[in-house]
Design a protein around this ligand. Structure first.
Ligand code: FES
Length: 340
């Protein structure tokens, strides 16, 4: 049993299976709907039902107010059609969204590398043809014995579509990341779906690019930077600010130093905010947003900025960028990947 959902004002039609959310159906059919958290808490995916019936599902009362429910609003990520529908959505599709349809995948763990005491890289070789995705997007991974899925950004570039790299931080008390750190072995099989997400480089805007990353938040920027640098047509300047507490937590430094040496348009600025006494460190000492302020002398206008890392880092970076005259519309961030 399935229902047809017509999305106005574009008139696109999505086929939704019984029990499937409207957002899941749209993503699997390559149809743009805005979303962020994917589980009913942020309200980004709000749509209005103009004709037909759809149950509210697991929408948070803060993301979808009672009054809005009465007026026919629903959250696409958790609403389930109960008849054919006509809905109105904010389908101001981003011109840079490629619309690669979400699919289910089976994969074999091909390599595991310890990057820091708490972050490991897991490489997953996909069965079949590679996954088409945009650099910066993420997958939902099923972890054996753990309910639900966990979201991880893809750290490898789209050109390596048959094997995905993930940077997994072990979260204290987190069942999934603990299993991935303590039980996972090369050769094991895992199931996942993807690609998801609207965090990707807005290539139609030619402005120079700033990446600010902290912790395992380096994964998306790494994919995006490798992708941009591999494009001979692309000439924008790229600056990566990578923050960590001390030297052992600063991973892939040699990789980015090598890229900076190879590409005149790429600049790499690592920053440590709490270097240890025996860290051999002559780089920037302080928070990563302060490294960006120092580098650009506090003026960020005429850039696009992409932020990925812990929420306090993102908040501090937004403040610094906006005080440095960067418009909000030029700041993109990945806030919702909190896999535990
Ligand atoms: Fe966040 Fe639906 S409520 S994407």
């Amino acid at each position: 049993m399935s229902y047809q959902v017509t999305i106005e004002p574009t008139g696109e039609i999505v086929e939704v299976e019984e029990g499937q959310s409207l957002l899941d159906a749209a993503l699997r059919q390559g149809v743009w709907l805005p979303f962020a958290c994917g589980h009913g808490t942020c309200g980004t995916c709000k749509v209005q039902v103009l004709e037909g019936e759809a149950e509210v599902g697991d929408a948070s009362p803060f993301a979808l107010l009672d009054m809005e429910r009465d007026e026919g609003y629903r959250l696409a990520c958790c609403c389930h059609p109960e008849s054919d529908l006509v809905i109105e959505a904010d389908v101001d599709e981003d011109p840079d969204f490629a619309g690669h349809p979400v699919q289910d995948w089976q994969a074999t763990v091909s390599a595991i590398t310890e990057l820091t005491p708490t972050i490991r890289e897991i490489r997953l070789r996909l069965d079949g043809e590679g996954m088409a995705f945009q650099a910066g997007q993420y997958i939902n991974l099923q972890v054996p014995g753990v309910e639900g899925t966990r979201a991880f950004s893809i750290a490898s570039p789209p050109a390596e579509s048959g094997e995905l790299a993930l940077h997994v931080r072990k979260v204290e008390g987190g069942a999934a990341t603990t299993w991935l750190h303590e039980q996972l072995e090369v050769g094991q099989r895992l199931a996942l779906s993807g690609p998801y997400g609207q965090f990707f480089v807005r290539r139609s805007d030619p402005k120079d690019v700033i990446f600010i990353a902290g912790g395992s938040g380096l994964s998306s920027p790494e994919s995006m930077i490798l992708d941009l640098l591999a494009d001979p047509e692309d000439s924008r300047r790229i600056t990566l600010f990578q923050g960590a507490r001390h030297l052992a937590e600063l991973y892939h430094r040699e990789r980015f130093e090598r890229l900076a040496a190879e590409h005149e348009r790429f600049t790499y600025v690592p920053a440590l905010n709490a270097p240890l006494d025996d860290d051999a460190w002559d780089g920037f000492v302080g928070f990563v947003h302060d490294a960006a302020i120092a580098h650009f002398k506090g003026r960020f206008s005429e850039h696009k900025a992409y932020l990925c890392g812990p929420p306090p880092m993102i908040d501090a970076a937004i403040t610094a960028l906006m005080q440095g005259r960067l418009f909000e519309r030029d700041i993109h961030m990945e806030r919702f990947l909190t896999a535990a």
